[in-house]
Design a protein around this ligand. Structure first.
Ligand code: B12
Length: 194
């Protein structure tokens, strides 16, 4: 339940400051908490890498999270062969339960933990047919805004309407959307998830 004395603008500082991306800020906060807890429970240093971190000066992603999701067994990564030199289409991970309704926010590296005989979990190939895979990637690359790629397989749960609308907006319009559409309903939304 939301605390009656909850001061929204203080506790959700992102809404009152000029923060660049509220989801990224929230993830930074949660990753910090999880990394600290993991480090003390497993007695290891923990390095965290977020989806938005770039390697300078060429601005390449610091980690390829779709590859990470695939090799960790979390979600199968469907990729297109590189056909033309300058036309590169994005691949897509599909989760066996959530289809395309999820984001891959980052990885944790447990620096002092080595398990040489770890049995690797294989990702579930929920779309084995090659033509279906091509159709999926066409939807993702050409019509990602309508979100139809997310429902390519039957799913257990989806984003709420508000969340879906938020992610279809251009990043520069998102903070205003939070102020107008989400902020006034925040207490109601928080108590409905308890
Ligand atoms: C750059 C990027 C973009 C750029 C894309 C530019 C481009 N066309 O290349 C922009 C900003 C346009 C973009 C937009 C979007 N993106 Co984006 N983006 C990324 C980002 C940061 C990096 C992707 C990347 O460059 N991959 C590298 C490509 C070049 O490599 P690759 O083709 O995979 O090749 C490698 C692998 O194949 C590997 N490899 C080699 N052999 C083998 C063998 C095996 C078995 C495997 C598994 C791998 C492997 O080596 C290759 C070379 O390194 C990731 C987050 C991240 N840090 O990973 C999100 C990400 C891919 N985006 C995502 C999404 C959802 C979107 C949007 C829908 C955002 C939105 N508003 O909702 C849009 C849709 C765009 C579209 N469909 O056109 C999601 C995809 C989730 C999923 N289920 O897969 C990601 C993972 C972000 C996230 N946090 O979840 N994005």
């Amino acid at each position: 339940m939301a605390d009656e004395s909850d001061d929204l603008s203080q506790n959700h500082s992102c809404l009152s400051m000029n923060c660049r991306d509220p989801v990224d800020q929230c993830m930074r906060h949660l990753f910090d908490l999880l990394a600290k807890e993991t480090a003390s429970t497993l007695c290891t240093e923990v390095e965290k890498i977020h989806d938005f971190e770039l390697l300078m000066p060429y601005r390449r992603p610091r980690v390829l999270l779709q590859t990470a999701a695939h090799i960790s067994g979390a979600a199968y990564y469907y990729r297109l062969p590189k056909l033309e030199k300058n036309v590169h289409k994005l691949g897509l991970c599909i989760h066996p339960e959530y289809g395309g309704w999820f984001g891959i926010r980052g990885v944790f590296i447990l620096k002092q933990i080595f398990i040489p005989d770890l049995i690797r979990k294989q990702p579930v190939n929920v779309i084995p047919d090659i033509q279906q895979q091509e159709a999926l990637l066409k939807l993702f690359n050409e019509r990602w805004r309508d979100g139809s790629y997310r429902d390519f397989i039957p799913v257990k749960s989806r984003y709420s309407e508000l969340q879906f609308k938020y992610f279809t907006l251009e990043p520069r319009k998102r903070l205003e959307f939070i102020r107008q559409e989400i902020f006034p309903k925040l207490n109601e939304l928080i108590s409905s998830t308890d």
